[in-house]
Design a protein around this ligand. Structure first.
Ligand SMILES: N[C@H](CCC[C@H](N)C(=O)O)C(=O)O
Length: 287
């Protein structure tokens, strides 16, 4: 089957065109496609399927690298929109995309893509637990944070600690009662006067990623709240690049680069129980 590789600030995806809605993507297939050594390598899969919502032509079927399904992916929908335009599947540059979290309006520019991410809902205060690499073995550090619903669940922690020094090789601990379906955890520095911050994320279902669109929205909302503000445009620097988050009354926007980098053919082998074997038939230069 055809695939396209793309990324938004290095949060990368395998796109699978499925115009006839015939692909049966089980968790094992997604894990195999996303595997960084045995597969194509990605943080997630975006199946490009016909929308059942009359408000959109296309539905973004998002899967995390571990094969789990998530409601929304902010970088993913930007890369998805770039693909729809470059593949000629949308004639305009502004349109809606259907997601499990609802319709999302996108504007596809030459370099950047903006998506209206809808409201980011602040929930309870909570804590993230991170193992300390500096202290004695087994020592941990607790970070206060707030739950933020961006269509998917987030725990956003504003901290004066050096976010670049955190060990995010393992999932931060969280309160399972507050996040029964798991959670994406963000760590961000307090906003500067110019509303800028540095952010890292450990994603539900994918581990630490270079950037997370919904996570930067959740972080921006938490950062503004910690600065005593409800609205503003926040510049979020992630390890994978810079994203702009607009927080207004009742809605949020996410703007940043979205790039397609390759396309090719991939065969899925094996069975649902056995690990999938791969035949990478061809990898064509630049899409
Ligand atoms: N791991 C997330 C989905 C992908 C989010 C991220 N890649 C983004 O750009 O929003 C979750 O399980 O809710």
């Amino acid at each position: 089957m055809e695939y396209v590789l793309g990324h938004g600030t290095e949060n990368d995806f395998v796109l699978l065109p499925d115009p006839d809605a015939r692909l049966d993507l089980g968790p094992a297939a997604v894990r195999a496609l996303c595997h960084r050594r045995r597969g194509l390598g990605a943080d997630g899969v975006l199946r490009v399927a016909p929308s059942e919502d009359p408000g959109a032509t296309w539905f973004m079927d998002y899967r995390n690298a571990d094969g789990s399904i998530a409601e929304m992916c902010g970088n993913g929908v930007r890369v998805f929109a770039r693909y729809l335009v470059e593949a000629g599947l949308e004639s305009g540059r502004e349109f809606d995309v259907a997601t499990r979290a609802g319709l999302r309006h996108v504007t596809v520019g030459e370099g950047e893509v903006t998506v209206d991410m809808g409201p980011a809902r602040i929930g309870a205060e909570s804590t993230a637990i991170v193992p300390s690499t500096a202290g004695p073995v087994g020592s941990v550090t607790s970070f206060p944070g707030i739950a933020v619903d961006v269509g998917n669940p987030h725990l956003a922690c504003v901290t004066g600690a050096d976010v670049d020094a955190l060990d995010l090789t393992v999932a931060p601990g969280y309160d399972p009662a507050l996040f029964p379906h798991g959670v994406n955890v963000e760590f961000l520095s307090p906003l500067t006067d110019g509303l800028a911050t540095r952010l890292r994320v450990h994603e539900r279902g994918s581990g630490e990623t270079r950037s997370c669109g919904t996570g930067t929205v959740a972080g921006a909302v938490a950062g503004l709240r910690a600065a005593g503000r409800d609205t503003g445009t926040v510049t979020v620097t992630t390890p994978g690049g810079v994203l702009q988050v607009g927080v207004e009354a009742g809605t949020t926007t996410l703007t940043g680069p979205a790039v397609l980098i390759a396309r090719g053919e991939v065969e899925l082998g094996g069975s649902d129980t056995e690990p999938y074997a791969f035949t990478r038939v061809a990898q064509v230069a630049r899409a």
